[in-house]
Design a binder for this molecule. Structure first.
Ligand SMILES: [Zn+2]
Ligand SMILES: [Zn+2]
Length: 95
């Protein structure tokens, strides 16, 4: 599992729609990862907005980087290829 760690276009995501707007329900995601969450842009009840303070706290907690750790979400193709090569080498190699 790899963390995204993107520092661009960070947004504060509600982990749970019904989880309120406390820091415990906040997750820092870059725009790309945010769009990859199932609930992004889905119509329906939207959770209460985070306060500016909660947003600031969440960002600080995340060290101003995307917190997404979902497999296959944010890994770009090149990185995947590299990993694949590494794995193949390891499987075929003698060391
Ligand atoms: Zn991300
Ligand atoms: Zn992601």
């Amino acid at each position: 599992m790899s963390r995204c760690n993107s520092t661009k276009n960070l947004e504060i995501h509600h982990k749970r729609r019904d989880g309120g707007n406390g820091i415990g329900n906040a997750q820092v995601l870059c725009q790309k990862c945010h769009e990859n969450t199932g609930s992004y842009g889905v119509r329906g009840e939207s959770p209460p907005e985070f306060s500016e303070q909660t947003k600031a706290e969440a960002l600080k907690r995340a060290e101003y980087r995307c917190e997404c750790e979902k497999d296959g979400c944010h890994d770009d193709v090149e990185k995947k290829k590299m990993l694949q090569n590494l794995l193949t080498k390891r499987l075929n190699g003698n060391d």
